[in-house]
Every structure is written in structure tokens, then in C-alpha cells.
Write a protein that binds this ligand. Structure first.
Ligand code: ATP
Ligand code: MG
Length: 268
């Protein structure tokens, strides 16, 4: 680009991606401005993680372009991508912590990988990040010795270890109870404000989505069928969106498995 507007941190134009004969993303157009928290919603298998993987450059589109902070990444090679990725923090569905390492070593990983500061500074940075997520004093424990909610917070501490401009989270609260979900959400919001981060969060937890989003999109059959602030989304009269937001079984969102398939899936 030719970045038109320096406030547009992510710009996606005409993004198309198919796997085999299935077009998972079909002409996606999207802008995320600095300071926004974009929540990507949609049913299971609708392409949320696929979209996120394009934004971090792990997947290449069949067509379309993606600009991150003014850099076109869709056709970028590994070296260029590595540079752009230094601006990213990432938190994935199962926290992806290394079980053989302590909490502190997990948070230190990106610091050791991307900078050459000495060990004293590394341990200071780890302590600061753990303090930000409310886990002071837990650095010597292993992930298996802390709760699921705490593991997510460690994942968050690791994601923000290098003070990223952009935070990507795929289902950061999946598997957590509603109270722990609210704690992780509040923390994410707090961190974005304190560190001036912009975030893209995939979620199908509606309470969580409405709590953290400044902007929301809903994916359905490869397209963005709704885009707006939480208040705008609540007010929209789209049957797919309504079914999803209210978690109703009846509506335009199809049940993917037939009864026979489901039985086969259960009994193997
Ligand atoms: N690397 C791949 N190769 C082939 N098909 C893929 C690949 N990645 C994703 N898909 C398919 O693309 C579709 C969208 O997958 P994706 O993981 O993006 O869905 P999702 O919206 O994140 O679902 P969930 O909410 O269950 O995580 C699915 O049908 C999936 O099987
Ligand atoms: Mg997914």
C-alpha cells in the first residue's frame, strides 16, 4: 500500500482461500485500526482460524492482499515475515506452553529468541510480564502445576513479552469457566490499554466477545456477513447473526453432521 492511512494497522482486500474444492474464505475485506480490539465470530469450521493464520502470514491466500502496518505480507518470504512478526504477540487455543519448562522459561522464550539481552535483564522482563498478568512468584512452577486459567495468563504474558504492537488470540478463553473467562477478558482489555496494543481475537463465546470487542465481524459461508461495534451488532436484524448471538439450535446455520455421521463419529 502505499499505506493510505497510518492508523490502519491491518488491511485485508479480496482475500480468497480454498482447501481442495471448498472455498473457506471468499472475498474477505477488512480493516483494523490502531487501538481496536477486533473479535472474529462464527460457527465451528467457518474459517476463523484460517483468517487468523493469513494475518500472521502462516497461510498464503489464493487471491487478495494483506497489509500489516503498511507492509504487504501475502507474498512475503520468510525473512520479511520474520521482521513483521516481531510486532506480533500470539496466544493460541491451548496456550501452547512447553510442559517441560517452568512458567518463567516459557515467558522468557520469545525474549531469548528475538533479543540478545543478558540473563539478568531476561529475568527482570519475565518478572514484569508475570506481574502484569497477576502471577508474581509463579515463575518456578511447571504448567502442569497451575490451573487452566493461570496457564492462559502465562500464555498472555509470553505473548506480550516483547511489547507487541499487535496481539493475536485464537479462542483465548476456550475451556475456562465463566468467571475465569471474565478474568482473562478483563486482563486482555487492561493490557491492550496499558501497552497500547491492537488485538484480533477469535471467539465463539458471546459473553466474552461482547465484553472485549470494539469491533466485531461474523463469518458465514466464507463471507463477512456482519461488521460493526458491539451495539451495532446487537441491533442488526440478520437471522444468521441472531441465531449465533443467541445460541439457538433452529435457524439458517446448518448442522454439519447428519445423524448417521454423528453416530459414526461417536462409535469410531
Ligand atoms: N490446512 C488445511 N488443509 C485443509 N483444510 C483445512 C486446513 N485448515 C483448515 N481447513 C478447513 O477449513 C475449514 C475452516 O477451518 P478453521 O480451522 O479455519 O475453522 P474455525 O472457524 O477456526 O473452526 P473452530 O471454531 O472449530 O476452531 C474447515 O473445514 C477445515 O477443515
Ligand atoms: Mg479455529
Amino acid at each position: 500500500m502505499n499505506s493510505v492511512d497510518a492508523n490502519e494497522l491491518i488491511v485485508v482486500k479480496g482475500l480468497v482461500k480454498s482447501f481442495g474444492s471448498r472455498r473457506v474464505l471468499d472475498d474477505i475485506n477488512l480493516t483494523v485500526r490502531r487501538g481496536e480490539i477486533l473479535v472474529i465470530m462464527g460457527g465451528s469450521g467457518c474459517g476463523k482460524s484460517t483468517l487468523l493464520r493469513h494475518l500472521i502470514g502462516v497461510l498464503k491466500p489464493d487471491a487478495g492482499e494483506i497489509w500489516i502496518d503498511g507492509e504487504p505480507i501475502a507474498k512475503m518470504g520468510d525473512e520479511g515475515l520474520e521482521k513483521v512478526r516481531r510486532k506480533f504477540g500470539m496466544l493460541f487455543q491451548y496456550s501452547a506452553l512447553f510442559n517441560s519448562m517452568t512458567v518463567g522459561e516459557n515467558v522468557a522464550l520469545p525474549i531469548r529468541e528475538h533479543s540478545c539481552v543478558d540473563e539478568f535483564i531476561v529475568s527482570l522482563m519475565v518478572k514484569m510480564k508475570l506481574e502484569l498478568v497477576g502471577l508474581t512468584g509463579f515463575e518456578h512452577l511447571k504448567p502442569s502445576e497451575i490451573s487452566g486459567g493461570m496457564r492462559k495468563r502465562v500464555g498472555l504474558a509470553r505473548a506480550i513479552a516483547l511489547d507487541p504492537t499487535l496481539l493475536f488470540c485464537d479462542e483465548p478463553t476456550s475451556g475456562l469457566d465463566p468467571v475465569t473467562t471474565a478474568v482473562v477478558d478483563t486482563l486482555t482489555l487492561d493490557l491492550c490499554r496499558k501497552l497500547g496494543m491492537t488485538a484480533v481475537v477469535v471467539s465463539h463465546d458471546m459473553a466474552s466477545a461482547f465484553r472485549i470487542a470494539s469491533k466485531m465481524i461474523m463469518l458465514f459461508e466464507g463471507k463477512i456477513i456482519a461488521c460493526g461495534t458491539p451495539d451495532e451488532i446487537r441491533a442488526m436484524d440478520n437471522p444468521v447473526l441472531k441465531q449465533f448471538v443467541h445460541g439457538e439450535a433452529d435457524g439458517p446455520i446448518p448442522l454439519r453432521l447428519s445423524k448417521g455421521d454423528y453416530l459414526k463419529h461417536l462409535i469410531g
